[in-house]
Design a protein around this ligand. Structure first.
Ligand code: NAI
Ligand code: FMN
Length: 184
């Protein structure tokens, strides 16, 4: 399906279309499914308990100070743990992590989620997935609410990289391996 959105243009000789375009939730989700994204398991540990969930709504904000953002639905069972602990780790998944992603994205009990992989710790005490593509160990510096979600701004205080693994992309509601270029 091809969809055209009307826009108000500033040029004087261009007819202005004033019609307001309402985007329904399902239409928005169907459109967002066209955006390929990395898949991450976001973990935390501390006074609020150990918790983790799968997230695609993650991006870099600034390198000074090194800051990422993570969008977390306030209705998720893990929400209180993250806001109480004030620390988290963004573990970006490799191509072998499809089933782990589904485990952390479903309604699975928390212990069962963590039993399925090996974890370490860096600076904040948040679980680091040992064979992740990259792990950003962070303190949460700011939280802003927009609609159903909280945007967690997270300053990286330690990093772990695995430079030989292939990536994983979530696109059109499916997982796709993303191959690293190797010398031939
Ligand atoms: N940002 C989020 O909260 C996301 C939540 N999910 C959840 O994971 C499950 C499976 O998702 P899909 O297989 O991708 O099918 P879907 O049809 O639920 O979602 C399609 C796309 O819409 C966006 N989206 C979905 N739910 C959203 C939400 N509550 N807030 C903002 N954006 C949202 C995401 O970009 C997602 O890839 C659903 O329960 C979905 O709600 C998935 C991706 C992102
Ligand atoms: C591929 C994928 C991406 C997801 N991305 C997000 C996200 O960015 N933000 C979010 O709040 N939930 C996201 N979810 C849903 C959460 O992982 C899920 O709600 C979380 O595990 C909490 O579930 P619970 O309430 O059963 O603990 C995603 C799920 C999947 C499968």
């Amino acid at each position: 399906m091809q969809t055209t959105l009307n826009a108000t243009l500033p040029a004087t000789d261009v007819p202005v279309v004033e019609k307001q375009v309402a985007v329904e939730k399902q239409e928005y989700r169907d459109a967002m499914a066209h955006l390929g994204s990395a898949v991450n398991i976001i973990t935390t540990d501390g006074p609020g308990g150990r918790a983790g969930f799968t997230a695609s709504a993650v991006c870099s904000v600034t390198d000074t100070p090194p800051t990422l953002l993570v969008c977390l639905n306030r209705s998720a069972s893990v929400h209180a743990a993250f806001t109480q602990n004030q620390v988290l780790c963004v573990n970006t998944l490799a191509d072998c992590h499809e089933s782990l992603s589904n485990l952390f994205g479903g309604k699975t009990p928390m212990e069962q989620r963590f039993e399925a992989a090996e974890w370490a710790r860096l600076a904040t005490g948040s679980p680091i997935l040992t064979n992740a593509l990259v792990s950003f160990d962070c303190k949460i510096t700011q939280i802003t609410s927009v609609g159903t979600h909280d945007i967690l701004f997270c300053e990286a205080v330690a990093l772990q990289r695995n430079d030989d693994r292939h990536g994983l992309v979530y696109f059109e509601r499916r997982y796709h391996p993303l191959m690293r270029q190797t010398a031939c």
